[in-house]
Design a protein around this ligand. Structure first.
Ligand code: AMP
Ligand code: GLY
Length: 425
């Protein structure tokens, strides 16, 4: 069969790499892809946001399955468009993708269907949000813009003064302006877990729990990013794993059905494991980046039957994935200045010095070829993912590989997985 992957980041490189290994697949296309995906598939010169271009490519080339990486095309309705043109496309349709596209919708869904999350307040305008702050006792609070903001529309504030400043900042981050609303959330504490579940709206297949590291700086300092590194699996008490499934994932899938927004695809729950139990921090309507990279390195079985069965609404007919029991650590190398502004076109040296294999992979993200030279083209440039019998071995392997690479301004967190090595949720 022929598979098209939509996107150009590390997540899509990992997806293309995994799909390419399937004996069911003859050709993998990636639109638009990056220099890494070109090694495991054929890049197609079509942006992930050019929905008409993508559907025409799929029709003309008789693509059997399209897998969408990023949220923007899902929120724009790529799945609805493919369905109209008779092409199988894995992901939620436009209505279901709103679970990520509107934080307000997600919060109101949780409230209505009693899915545990923080207390929250929604404001239509910055002025209303600021006047709320004047009348509340001082203390920590979380400020979020309602629309899509590539992980940058959230500020965790220690007091009302910080929150006042964050209101303007968050709104500026929203792609396309969003609906202009601001959500304030109660500040929750506890270890975080990303739980991504494959679902066709009836059957659920949770993937292994993973832990992202969102802030740019070591020790979780500095502004939030799209994700600086991930470790998986995360050791959880059996009671907590069960609560995540029965109190969060299943009720959410059912709630979406009751709202007539049946969710098909990867449902990503960002959870805070509080003293009172797991709480939803956010939902995403897709696989995480960089969570996908270490998850797919650990997935031993073929992913393609799962993808096809989900898109066809027959997830109950296939086996759950088999996982490598080892730990995977993924570390993301970024451009100088990210998540703020950064230079592009900076030459990258030494990626070819890394010995990739089944236990260690480099996935490209913001890279491009300038003639024969590999240069930077984005904030998160590439990631290294390594497997190890324990977390320290996996960390050592990933960091040893990263040391072989340099580019001007390159930075990465040196502490990915350290809390996971020392704590248990
Ligand atoms: P989000 O993009 O909504 O996942 O938020 C990004 C990060 O901000 C999360 O991974 C958390 O570390 C933090 N965060 C978001 N919401 C809350 C909350 N209600 N309480 C504490 N931290 C939060
Ligand atoms: N790594 C977080 C995300 O993909 O949203």
């Amino acid at each position: 069969m022929k598979v098209l992957v939509v996107g150009q980041g590390g997540r899509e490189h990992a997806l293309a790499w995994k799909i390419h290994q399937s004996p069911l697949v003859d050709r993998v296309f990636v639109a638009p892809g990056n220099p890494g995906t070109a090694a495991v598939g054929e890049n197609v010169d079509c942006a992930a946001t050019d929905l008409q271009g993508l559907v025409s490519f799929a029709v003309d080339n008789e693509i059997d399955l399209t897998v969408v990486g990023p949220e923007a095309p899902l929120c724009e309705g790529i799945v609805d468009l493919f369905r109209e043109r008779g092409r199988l496309c894995l992901g939620p349709d436009k209505d279901a993708a709103e679970i990520e596209g509107s934080k307000r919708f997600a919060r109101e869904l949780c409230e209505k269907h009693r899915i545990p999350g923080p207390s929250f307040w929604v404001f239509e305008s910055p002025a209303m949000a600021r006047s709320f702050l004047e009348n509340r006792p001082d203390g920590p609070i979380v400020v979020k813009a309602s629309g899509l903001a590539a992980g940058k529309g959230v500020v965790v504030c220690k007091d009302n003064e910080e929150a006042r400043k964050a209101v303007t900042h968050c709104l500026e981050q929203v792609q396309g302006g969003g609906d202009g609303s601001i959500v304030f959330e109660e500040f929750l504490e506890g270890p975080e877990v990303s739980l991504i579940t494959l679902t066709d709206g009836e059957t659920i297949v949770p993937l292994e729990p993973a832990r992202d590291h969102k802030p740019v700086g070591e020790g979780d300092t500095g502004p939030n990013t799209g994700g600086m590194g991930v470790v998986t699996p995360v050791t959880l008490m059996p009671r907590v794993s069960q609560q995540m499934e029965t109190q969060i994932v299943l009720p959410t899938v059912h709630a979406m059905n009751r709202e007539k927004r049946r969710f098909r695809g990867f449902l990503y729950a960002g959870l805070m494991l509080t003293q009172q139990g797991p709480r939803v921090i956010e939902f995403n309507c897709r696989l995480g980046d960089p969570e996908t990279q270490p998850l797919l390195l650990r997935m031993k079985s073929d992913i393609v039957p799962l993808l096809v069965a989900t898109a066809e609404g027959k997830l109950n007919t296939v086996d759950a994935p088999e996982w490598d029991p080892r730990v995977a650590v993924c570390v993301v190398a970024c451009s100088g200045g990210y998540p703020g502004s950064y230079k592009k076109g900076v030459p990258i040296f030494g990626l070819d010095r890394i010995d990739a294999g089944p236990d260690l992979q480099v996935f490209h993200a913001g890279t491009r070829l300038a003639g024969r030279d590999l240069v930077t083209s984005g904030g998160r440039v590439f990631s290294v993912t390594a497997l190890g019998a324990d977390i320290n071995t996996a960390r050592q392997r990933a960091y040893d590989a990263l040391e072989k690479v340099e580019f001007e301004g390159m930075h990465y967190r040196k502490d990915i997985g350290i809390t996971a090595a020392t704590s248990r949720a």
